[in-house]
Structure formats: structure tokens, C-alpha cells
Design a protein around this ligand. Sequence first.
Ligand code: M6R
Length: 611
Amino acid sequence: MCGIVGYIGHKAAQDVVIGGLRKLEYRGYDSAGVAVMTEHGLDHAKTKGRIAMLEEHLEGKALQGTVGIGHTRWATHGKPSNENSHPHLDATRKFAVVHNGIIENYLTIKEDLQKKGYEFVSETDTEVIAHLIADLYNGDIEATVRKAITMMRGAYALGIMTEYEPNKLIAVRLASPLIVGIGEGEAYIGSDIPAILEHTRDMYILNEGEMAVLTRDGIEITVAESGEPVERDIFHVDWDLVQAEKGGYDSFMLKEIHEQPQAMHDTIGSRIDLEHKSVVLPELKMSAEQLAAFDRMYIVACGTSMHAGLVAKEVIEKLTRIPVEVAIASEFRYRDPIFTEKTLVIVISQSGETADTLAALREAKKHGVTVLAISNVVGSSVAREADEVIYTWAGPEVAVASTKAYTCQSLALYLFAMYLSQIKGTQTKEQIAEMVDHLLEIPAQTATILENEASLREVAAKVTEGVQNLFFIGRGLDYAVTLEGSLKLKEISYIHSEAYAAGELKHGTLALIEDNVPVIALATQPELFDKTVSNIVEVKARGAYTLGFAFEGDTELAKTVDEVVYVPRTLPILSPVLTVIPMQLLAYFASTARGLDVDKPRNLAKSVTVE
Ligand code: M6R
């Protein structure tokens, strides 16, 4: 998730663009850049670091002109560096591109361009766009961009300018958000409303697959590929700046919950070979043979990331038959773990800066063990120090309560498990293809759950109003995900809750069940369904108020529980990434009903950099 700003008009473009970028820093802040059409042609400046560093860099040498584009980056392809910062220019420096999102087939395009002699200076997927447009340019930038996007696969938003047509800006949206602001003799591009709110409240929201051409005389919106004109109503914004930063949501947490379909798509997208219905992980440096040689794994992490690890343990063991142990990072380094040369340590960290996780990683490295990191922050300490990294492309997570990072970590680990099983031959091609089909449906299924958010508010009221104690139960993968549901509820609603393996309750905790104690039971694993139902009956018999989670069509559970939440049907092995969504919403609604600060729960920090 990066921030894009563009301007054409009569004001100093650099000031408008940088002002807009400052408002978008919540979308990314590892590097920034700006390109302006000056009287000498297209000029640009970019630097690693926050926008303040770009401003410092430009002090006394402002880029003078009234047309410009800019970018604040959240790294995906390539670490934060000056070279990887946007805008990216072609070799002749006549075309400049800013980009948010991922070009899934960029390696193929890059190879084709390299064969034609194009040289690349960055590790990004974005640079291919600049060279591709330069290669295709036929004197008409609109037609060229239309052609270029037919060759690009992925989810992205683009801002493009060229010295050959200096009084024009091009904006393209495919999946990643983009808006166009309307002014008098001027027009704006922004990833989000805050970028341009101080200049205009009248905007067009671009839909998927649309292109806007901005000149000082107006804005034309068309279907990007065909060029067919599009009529769009003006969207007048009444929000204040703070509301706009949260995309109109009440909190960053709710915004991030809603960003999950996109984040999931980005994390899965480029790692699926659609033709062969298999998984590809081009980022791994080790060979297939090296990977196949590991006979034991530790997954080490904290909090929500550790919970993603618990899901991964079940999945990796099931798909590959390699034993996996999940360890809490703060415990791991002090317990003298058993390492052999065939041990792989997987560390999971959204921030990549959690002190306990970093210490565990260093402990493993000290013993010469290979470490694979799953991280959301390119170039973070964990990512830098690990031998291998698989990034989750969830974009910046601002709310303390982790939501989209969890689902993307889980998905990255599903992909890893599937990839490993392909290499080891522990799953057939057909089994992997079936999983791929279902995996690709997960983002849309998540969107469906989110569309029914209002019903979760009612359920949350029934289950959590006036409640001080609550239990989650489940078996197998359902149990793994209840731990995350329980943590989410605790940290933002301050309701005490515990997650129990459903069969374990009767060994002590059942004593705490009395009239109206809520018990949330997950029952999505067919082979464990009857057993879980028996446990639900046990708590009901002690007076519990029960809420069940099941797949759509599994109406059996409704006969036992007081209330049911249905999630779209998927393979049972994939259920955690869907069942967690209503649990996130339950926690969110429980918190807001109590008037609490959802984004900044008491006593907690987003990134825990102390032991
Ligand atoms: O950045 P990390 O993934 O390493 O953070 C680990 C935990 O501190 C984090 O997941 C924490 O549990 C979340 N705030 C929970 O929502």
C-alpha cells in the first residue's frame, strides 16, 4: 500500500504534491519522491526515508512547474532505497510513473524488455511500467497506456506523465483505490481523499479498470482498455481530515478489517501459477532440494503472529508430514531448543521489529540454523537478518489490534506449505489445484462476510453486553483460530476471555460455566463436528449462552446453539482465514459498544521493541 498524488493546474506542483503526500504517510513511509514538468523537461527527486527527508533534499532546489506526480512508498518489491523509490523513469527520462499495488507478471515483462536492451536500475515491479510505456509509445500517451495495461496482470493504481505531452496526466485504477479531484483550471490525483482534501471537496472515484485523463480543461474518464467514455457523478466529500484518513471508517481497525480482501489478493496473487494451478515462491533463494531436506520446523512469534503460526503448524504437518513446533518467542531463546542441520526456524512478525522475535531469530542464527521470516515490512530487522523472507503484502497496519496482518500471514504460510508439499510430492497435483481454486476465492468470500457486517453488530450485542467473562471453544484448526478470536476480544474490549480446546474444558474450566456465560464455539472441521457438538451440549447443560460458527449449508449446528454465524463454504483446511473475520468484527463491536478507543487499547503498543 503506497500513496499517490498528482496535480495539473497553475499552482506550484511540487508543493501540492508534497502537501498531499504528507497526508498519505499512513499508507507508507519508507521513501518518497516527486516528478515535475519543468521548463527544461521532466525532472524528479526521490529519496529513502520519510517525506521530511525529501523536503530537506529539495531545499533550495525546488522543481519548478505546474504539473507533477509524487509517491510515498510502502515497499513490496525491493527494499527501501533511493533506487527503489518512485517515481520511476524510463531510460530516456521522458516518462515518469508512480504506482501503488503489485504487477504480478512483472518478471516476464522485465525479461522481454531486457532482451530488447532495456537496463533496469531498481528491483521494483514499477520500473517495468516506465520502460514498457516508453517501448510502446506511439505519440499518444493515452493509447500507449491502454495497450500497456493489457500486458500487465495484477492489482494496481498508476499516475503517469510524459515530457512528450506535458499538459496531461494519466491516472489508471485496477483494484487499488484512486480518486480524481476537480478544480477550476486544475485537477488532482490521489490514492485517498486526504491527499487532496485541502484543495477540493469535489471528486470522481475511479472504478476498477478505469482511466482518467487530466488536463487544465477538465477530466475525462474512460474504460481503460477500450477507451469507451464513462459518465461519473461527482462525489462531494463532507468528511473532515481525520475521518478521511480512516477512509470514512470510525477507526483504523475497521478500515484494516475491510482492507482484507485486497490485502489477501495481493499476498496470494503473484504466487499462484494460474496455468498450472500451483504455487510459486520466486523470492526463495534456497533450492528445492535444500528446502525439501528440512525434517523439523519451529515457528516462533508473539501474539497474533504466533496464532498465525498455530494455524500454519496444522497446515504444514497435514500437507507435508513434517513435524512443526510452535514456540512463543519470549520463551524460545531461554529453553535451549533442539537444533539440527535439518531444522528450519520460521519467524513471523508483522512489524519485523518485535524484540522477542528478533532475539529468537538471533538465537537460531547463532546455532547456524536456517531462518525463514514472514514479515509485512520490507527491510525490517527480522527481514534483514533472516536467510529467507516471504512478505505479506498487507500494507501498513496502524491499529494496535492486528487484523489484516494475521490473515495475510496465514495465507503466506498456506502458500509455503503448499509449495513445500509440491516439492516433496506429499500432495498430488489435483489436491494442490483444488486448494489453489479455493484459495483464490478467499478474498471475495471475505468481502461477502464484510458485506453482512451489520448482523455481526447485533450478534456482538447479544453475546458481549454486560459480560465480564467469555469462552471460545473449538477443535483442531478451529481451536487455533479461537485463540486469535479471544485475544482480539481481550485487547480491545477488555472482556476477559479464554480459548479452550473444546475437549479440554471438562478437565477443569467447565467449573466456570454457569447461567448465561457466553461460549463461542467453532465447528467447521467435519471430522471433529460431532465431538465439538457434544462439548457444546456440555456447556449448554450448565446454562451457557452459545454462539456457533459454521459453514453455510451446515444447518445441523443451529439445532444445538442459541445463535449461529455462517461463513462461506471453503475447504475445511482453509477455514481459519474466514472464521477469524466475524471474530474480528465481534471484538470491534464489543469495544465500540463500550465506548473504548479501538485503535489504541490501554497498556499496549503496536510494535513491542522491548523484551
Ligand atoms: O509485529 P509483530 O507481528 O511481531 O507483533 C507481534 C505481537 O505484538 C502482535 O501480533 C500483537 O499480539 C497484536 N497487537 C495483537 O493484535
